[in-house]
Design a protein around this ligand. Structure first.
Ligand code: UGA
Ligand code: MN
Length: 323
């Protein structure tokens, strides 16, 4: 009688262990599969609803977050306007930005060079990305280029060219001025895509304050936090706002002034009628930083190559890539 009882006990314990392990491995498989197959471009999903509430416009804005796959044509188009110019860091910066955009669905990239002619290496880079893009030219007008003293209006002719393109070809969606040297979180593009008029959000690494952002209290816009107020109505950085295409189309005169330091303010003021209380607040009521004003260290142009000495070597080809 004693033997079978022990046997029953052994069978029971072993069965329990096997059963427990099966559950453990199943749980691991589920979580493992989730992380493996999770769509990289998927936004946060709130349980029990098809919408995630990103705080916004002094009224809450519902952002549909069901279809973020890279090939989803139903997403509103997002136009990214990027000024760029020839300098040692140009290809490195554009490579980094291109790779960010390659992870973002339904975008059209307007790469606008401050140059008289297209840079072949930029054309080549754009082609290799497989992105939908236009490569345009908009040289800085001579009067500003020749300026000896003070800052120049960097990227302004480029951005105005981008606005002209939007007016001509875009019908809906949203546009965003993305300088070539910033760092962008993919979450930024998920959120700005649903901008109804003008949305704003924090930009990290700006001035000594370390951030430029709308000030929000209890979900309400209270003013701006920026290290350089300068009497501006909209003291924000170029990377700190996005605008709906229709909102622009309804304002045929809106453009960016050639006024160093006042480009953002001038452009946002030209979107009249538009007042700060109407700003749609993104990035979870401006509590997150989805874009950074990185600024690469400036590099001197590479030193001349001794072509006689290095004739017929790879260095000759590399030198053509470098500035
Ligand atoms: C800051 C802001 O973030 C810019 O958006 C603003 O245009 C600039 O100040 C300004 O007010 O002048 P910052 O980092 O100082 O930016 O400027 P850059 O990154 O040097 O230039 C802004 C954009 O214009 C970049 O995409 C750059 O490639 C382009 N750029 C710059 C030109 O196309 N031509 C130039 O001669 C210089
Ligand atoms: Mn910059």
């Amino acid at each position: 009688m004693r033997l079978p009882l022990t046997m029953y006990l052994v069978i029971f314990v072993s069965a329990s262990v096997v059963f427990y392990q099966y559950h453990l491995s199943k749980a691991w498989m589920i979580s493992h599969n989730n992380s493996q197959f999770r769509d990289l471009s998927a936004g946060p999903i709130e349980k029990g609803t098809n919408y995630t509430y990103y705080a916004s416009k002094n009224i809450s804005q519902a952002v549909p977050c069901t279809d973020f796959s890279l090939s989803n044509p139903q997403l509103p188009p997002l136009y990214i306007i990027t000024p760029t110019y020839r300098r040692p860091e140009q290809l490195a910066e554009l490579t980094r930005l291109a790779h960010t955009l390659m992870l973002t669905p339904n975008i059209h990239w307007l790469v606008i060079e401050d140059a008289e002619q297209k840079t072949e290496l930029v054309t080549d880079l754009l082609q290799r990305t497989g992105l939908s893009y236009d490569h345009l030219l908009a040289p800085m007008p001579e009067i500003y280029k020749k300026k000896k003293k003070g800052p120049k209006p960097r990227g302004v002719s480029n951005r105005n060219k981008g606005l002209a393109w939007i007016r001509k070809y875009a019908k809906d969606g949203v546009f965003y001025f993305a300088d070539d040297d910033n760092t962008y979180d993919l979450q930024l593009f998920r959120e700005i895509r649903y901008t109804k008029q003008v949305s704003m959000f924090p930009v990290g690494l700006i001035t000594k304050l370390g951030v430029s952002s709308p000030i929000v209290r209890n979900g309400k816009f209270m003013g701006f936090y920026d290290g350089w107020m300068a009497g501006r109505k909209f003291p924000v950085d170029m990377a700190g706002f996005a605008v709906s295409v229709n909102f622009l189309l309804e304002r045929p005169k809106a453009e960016m002034p050639f006024k160093p330091g006042f480009e953002e303010d001038g452009f946002l003021k030209s979107l009249v009628p538009f007042e700060p209380y109407e700003i749609e607040l993104l990035a979870e009521n401006c509590t997150k930083i989805w874009v950074w004003h990185t600024q690469a260290k400036r590099n001197d142009p590479s030193q001349p190559l001794d072509f006689a000495k290095y004739n017929n070597t790879n260095l000759v080809l590399l030198k053509h890539i470098l500035v």
